[in-house]
Design a protein around this ligand. Structure first.
Ligand SMILES: [Mn+2]
Length: 337
C-alpha cells in the first residue's frame, strides 16, 4: 500500500516546551561522536541558540575525529566549559543510550554533572535507559538527526542551510549512505526536505562517503591486513593495536567506520573490530547481518547499542580481549540458525 504522506513520529509537546523554557542549556552527545551524534547536537545548538538563549555544546578536547571536523566548521558555536556546566539550567542529550556514555569529559564524568537540573533525552537507540527527566526515544527511527528534523518542524524553527547539512549528514551516515533497512520513506522525505533547505549534498557525499584522508587510508590498510575469518566463515574480525593506530596518524577518535571492512565479506553474519585507541582498554565494534543481532553480545561485555550495530569497551590487552570475545562469539552465533 502506498501513501502520499510518510508516517513520522509525533514530537511530544513536553520536549518542545522543555527546550524552549531553557535559557542556558548545554547539548551533549555520546563519546566518540559519529556524524549522527555531532549533526544532531550541533543542529540543536544552532537552531535553538538564539531568542535570548545561550546554547552551548559539550565537546571535550580530543573527541572530534579528523573526518568529522568539517561538520563543526559548518557554523559557529561555543563549547561548554566547566563553568558553563556549573551555571547551565538544563541539558539536551542526543543519540546517547546511557548516561555514562555522555561526552562530558573525564573530569565531569566522575561527578553528578546534571545535579537536579532537567535532562531532555532524545534518541533512537532501542536500549536507551531513559535516564532523562523527559525522554523521547524512537527505537525504529533511522537516526537521531531524523528526530531533530521532526523536532524543528514541530517547533516551527526555520531550518538554515547549515542545519540542513548537519541533519542530512546524520541521516546519510546512520543509514550507511541510504542503504540500511532504516532507509524508510520517512527518512528519504526528511532528506529531500533538507536538500530543499540547502543541505550541501555534494560536500557531504564527498567528505563522508567518497574520500579518505591519508591517515584514515593507512589505518584501513592495517584493518584489511589484520582481518581474519573464523567459525564456519560467518564470523569475521579485525583489529588495530595502539601503535598501529598512532603510526597511521590516527587517534581513538578516528575509529568508527573501519568495522565495514570485516563486515563487508560475503557470508559474514557477525563482524567485530577490536581497537586499542587508548592503552589498556580495547574497544569492540559489533555488527550483525541477516538475522544475527549483536546488542546482546555487546551487553555481555558491558556495552550496548542497536540490535545490529553495537559496541563495548573491555579492560585488557588486545590479545586477551580478542581471545575471550571470539570464543564467546562462536557460541553466541549458534542461536541464529
Ligand atoms: Mn545515531
Amino acid at each position: 500500500m502506498q501513501s502520499n504522506a510518510p508516517t513520522s513520529p509525533a514530537v511530544p509537546d513536553e520536549v518542545i516546551e522543555a527546550i524552549t523554557r531553557l535559557r542556558a542549556p548545554i547539548a551533549i552527545s555520546h563519546v566518540v561522536p559519529d556524524a549522527d551524534a555531532l549533526g544532531s547536537s550541533l543542529a540543536t545548538v544552532l537552531s535553538f541558540g538564539s531568542d535570548g538563549r545561550d546554547f552551548k555544546l559539550a565537546l571535550p578536547d580530543g573527541s572530534l575525529s579528523q573526518r568529522l571536523a568539517f561538520l563543526a566548521e559548518l557554523a559557529g558555536f561555543s563549547i561548554a566549559s566547566a563553568d558553563d556546566f556549573a551555571r547551565a539550567d538544563g541539558f539536551v542529550v542526543l543519540d546517547t543510550a546511557k548516561k555514562k556514555r555522555c561526552n562530558v569529559g573525564a573530569d565531569l564524568k566522575q561527578t553528578d554533572w546534571s545535579a537536579g537540573r532537567p535532562v531532555i533525552n532524545i534518541d533512537h537507540h532501542e536500549g536507551n535507559t531513559r535516564f532523562g527527566d523527559i525522554n523521547w526515544i524512537v527505537g525504529d527511527a533511522g537516526s537521531t538527526c531524523e528526530l531533530v528534523f521532526y523536532l524543528l518542524r514541530a517547533a516551527e524553527v526555520p531550518i538554515t542551510p547549515a542545519v540542513a547539512s548537519l541533519l542530512y549528514a546524520g541521516i546519510q551516515t546512520d543509514t550507511l549512505g541510504f542503504s540500511l533497512p532504516s532507509t524508510t520513506a520517512a527518512a528519504l522525505h526528511a532528506a529531500a526536505f533538507l536538500i530543499e533547505s540547502g543541505a550541501d549534498v555534494a560536500l557531504l557525499g564527498e567528505r563522508l562517503g567518497r574520500s579518505q584522508r591519508k591517515s584514515e587510508f593507512e589505518l584501513l590498510r592495517v584493518v584489511y591486513a589484520n582481518t581474519k575469518i573464523v567459525g564456519e566463515g560467518d564470523i569475521a574480525y579485525s583489529f588495530a593495536g595502539y601503535d598501529e593506530i598512532h603510526d597511521a596518524g590516527c587517534t581513538a577518535a578516528d575509529i568508527d567506520d573501519q568495522i565495514s571492512v570485516p563486515r563487508s565479506l560475503d557470508g559474514v553474519r557477525l563482524a567485530m573490530l577490536f581497537t586499542e585507541g587508548r592503552k589498556g582498554a580495547t574497544r569492540i565494534n559489533f555488527r550483525g547481518s541477516g538475522d544475527v543481532t549483536v546488542v546482546d553480545l555487546a551487553s555481555e561485555f558491558g556495552g550496548g547499542g542497536h540490535s545490529q550495530a553495537a559496541g563495548a569497551v573491555v579492560d585488557g590487552t588486545l590479545d586477551e580481549v580478542i581471545a575471550k570475545v571470539i570464543r564467546r562469539a562462536k557460541e553466541y552465533i549458534k542461536k541464529f540458525s
